[in-house]
Design a protein around this ligand. Structure first.
Ligand code: ADP
Ligand code: MG
Length: 702
């Protein structure tokens, strides 16, 4: 059996509690608690991997207390020592207890200035303890004294003292002791039944452990080298299956054929009407998209381009291509604000070509909505732009050929799937300005083709970015005032909407302050996510027309907002924002031909860390580099909506840390599929068995 097939309930575990009814009752309680934590079967239990492992195998005897590591830092002593005496020292509040220890290589003292009685009791004279701590020599007393936090553990019996052991992620339902003892039983009773999942030829190629051995070692390691090997085995296995499933998915997608006759003309007519020509990158992207859409397989393409690179126009051209082929197109935007902006642009650019553009969000109600749905179903509407309302149950298309998802990382995978399901197998164009580092791109979007717009529309000047301390704010205000006098507009962005628990500036009060004290001669408006849609619309409209000069906002302006005359972006408490968010916000300016400015205003009590992050912004304007930095700082979960999107849950692997293994696993999996697409060769049979009997992930969607 494969481990995921061990569906026996925990109650089957045969242990000491069978002896008395009370113990059995206790055990039942434990099982109940585990099941509410999601650990129901033996499989769940064995796949509940430790969070980390404590390694006490390394020893540094007391006599080496003064040794340094390669970076010149003092190393911690890790040793087993005997307590030989207690000594009370000092008086009053300065009273402490010294615990004298000896590990056979030297003597030293552990000093405690707090909870002295407790330590005196715990560190009993005559007993042995595992101790880890840094020490230094105190010449005045002629002693080696502890000089850092002291970690210790009593050793009842040196022969059974565990030097390497797992620490499990705990919840309120389960304790370390319980999980350890249940896993011990599960290993004892079930481990021999567990089959390998990595094909033998690959296991041998890399010298991985058999699955049962890897699981045993993960839960009960005895040597660090062995533990490393077990981890590598499980990580590879996971990534190998991930990539195999991605590979299979890509194969099925390419197998679906498609009909459709091409007419032409709309794209060309739009290009003629534009006051500028496309950039190289846009031309290339449109070419790739057209050829995908004309090809025999449904397109699945990710269009990446930094903020301001002109993805929207590429999307419109793609929509025109679908419409030229007598199909319909839909553009899905993450916010109503952005959907509306796209709809307005589309109306301006596309309606003159005879394209019927409609706008659909949750706020389009009753009569209007009914009519709109009718026109969509009959196929009169060519292009519909909206939010997730586009894929409500009652929305029916006549012939949905293309789905464009703007700022795709804002959407969960399930939402994406829902809209794709609306058409037969529509072409799919996903757009992202948050550059997706390669490691994520090949997993999360494993079977997508990628177009990248590298260049910016001509005439853009690089945005000048400055750091400013909060206390120097007036200088920033003065600077912005001069730009306003020249007719420009400005954004001020705050981390909070209203006054909150934290002592931070918020958009609402600052909007008032900007009006009253700072820029009384200019018009300031406030925008944030809690305003209703109509208010948001009017506010944005007024700002776009230039009727208001200053927009005090939260990060709602982060995504996609495009007002070329706005050339100043002031971000207050910039240290509170993630790098990608800062990059997005900064991308709101620099959209016209005038010089633009971005001020990152940080609190006077910033941390060194925060300042370093802001320096990244100062030194980089390339979204890809910033995203890589962000990835390093924050981990993958937050970047591309990787975890939120309910995509896959990885157990042992971490696609960023293990990116090299990921690439290897991908190569191996794809080579296997290339050679044996049906997975019928004897050496691949185990893979088809796993996929058939217990696929690691039920549903991989893209
Ligand atoms: P993003 O890629 O961030 O979504 P947008 O599509 O909002 O960027 O485009 C930013 C601005 O650049 C828009 O005002 C758009 O009209 C303009 N633009 C797009 N393509 C070009 C081009 N080839 N030349 C000049 N301006 C362009
Ligand atoms: Mg955009």
């Amino acid at each position: 059996m494969f481990v995921r097939e061990l569906k026996d309930p925990l109650i089957r575990l045969n242990g000491a509690w069978k002896k008395t009814p009370e113990k059995l009752e206790d055990f039942k309680q434990t099982v109940m608690r585990f099941s509410s934590a999601g650990i129901i079967s033996i499989a769940d239990l064995l796949l509940y991997y430790p969070r980390e492992w404590v390694d006490r195998t390394r020893t540094v005897p007391l006599k080496d207390f003064d040794k340094k590591d390669e970076k010149g830092r003092k190393i911690a002593v890790c040793t087993i020592a005997k307590v030989i005496a207690h000594e009370w020292v000092g008086f009053g509040v300065k009273r402490g207890v010294k615990v004298h220890i000896d590990d056979g290589t030297a003597r030293a003292v552990l000093t405690f200035w707090k909870y002295q009685e407790t330590y005196e009791k715990k560190l009993t004279v005559g007993e042995k303890f595992w101790i880890s701590c840094k020490f230094s020599y105190n010449a005045r007393y002629g002693e080696i004294q502890s000089s850092s936090k002291i970690v210790y553990k009593r050793i009842a019996d040196e022969s059974t003292f565990k030097k390497l052991f797992p620490i499990y992620p705990l919840t309120k339902e389960i304790t370390q002791r319980e999980i350890e003892s249940l896993i011990r039983l599960a290993l004892r009773h079930y481990i021999t039944a567990i089959e390998d999942e990595i094909p033998l030829f690959l296991r041998e190629k890399y010298g991985f452990l058999p699955k049962h051995a890897a699981l045993t070692v993960i839960h009960a390691p005895s040597e660090p080298e062995e533990l490393e090997k077990a981890k590598n085995t499980l990580i590879y296995e996971e990534l190998f299956y991930l990539e195999t499933m991605i590979g299979k998915k890509a194969m099925t997608r390419k197998a679906r054929q498609r009909e459709g006759e091409a007419k032409s003309g709309l794209q060309g007519r739009l290009l003629e009407r534009l006051p500028f020509s496309l950039t190289e990158g846009q031309v290339q992207a449109v070419r790739e998209i057209n050829s995908d859409m004309d090809g025999p397989f449904p397109m699945a393409r990710l269009l990446q381009g930094d903020v301001g690179s002109g993805k929207t126009l590429v999307a419109f051209l793609a929509c025109l291509h679908a419409i030229e082929n007598n199909g319909q197109a839909a553009i899905l935007a993450p916010t109503e604000l952005l959907a509306r902006q796209h709809a307005e642009n589309a109306a301006k650019l596309l309606e003159p070509l005879g394209v019927w553009v409609a706008f659909l969000t949750g706020n389009v109600k009753a009569a209007g909505r009914t009519q709109l749905l009718k026109n969509l179903a009959s196929g009169e509407i060519d292009l519909v732009i909206g939010t997730h309302a586009l894929f409500s149950k009652d929305v029916v298309y006549r012939d949905l050929r293309l789905v464009v998802i703007d700022e795709q990382h804002r959407f969960g995978v399930l939402q994406r799937q829902a809209i794709i399901d609306k058409g037969g197998s529509p072409d799919l164009l996903m757009m992202s300005a948050t550059p997706i580092p390669r490691t994520l791109a090949i997993t999360v979007f494993g079977d997508l083709d990628v177009s990248i717009i590298q260049d910016m529309p001509p005439g853009r000047k690089p945005i000048e970015t400055h750091l400013a301390r909060e206390s120097n704010e007036t200088k920033v205000y003065d600077f912005v005032r001069r730009r306003l006098m020249e007719g420009a507009q400005a954004y001020f962005v705050y981390p909070l909407i209203e006054e909150g628990e934290q002592d931070l500036k918020n958009a609402a009060s600052m909007a008032e302050r900007l009006v009253r004290e700072v820029f009384p001669e200019y018009k300031t408006a406030l925008i944030h996510s809690r305003l209703d849609e109509e208010e948001k619309r009017q506010t944005m409209e007024a700002f776009r027309r230039g009727d208001t000069h200053i927009l005090a906002a939260t990060s709602v302006v982060e995504v996609g907002v495009d007002v070329p005359n706005a050339t100043c972006m002031v971000i207050e408490h910039a240290e509170r924002f993630g790098l990608s968010a800062l990059h997005q916000l900064r991308g709101r300016v620099g959209r016209g031909s005038a010089q633009s400015y971005c001020f990152l205003v940080y609190s006077d009590e910033y941390t060194e860390d925060a300042k370093n992050r802001l320096m990244v912004m100062l030194e980089n304007s390339d979204g890809f580099l910033i995203a890589e930095e962000d990835l390093k700082l924050r981990g993958p979960g937050q970047i591309a909506g990787f975890e939120q999107s309910g995509y896959v849950k990885l157990g042992m692997a971490d696609i960023v840390r293990d990116s090299a293994v990921l690439e290897q696993a991908r190569t191996d999996a794809f080579a296997m599929l290339e050679k044996d697409p049906g997975l019928l060769l004897p050496e691949d049979l185990v893979v088809s068995a796993v996929l058939e009997r217990c696929p690691p992930w039920q549903d991989i969607v893209f």
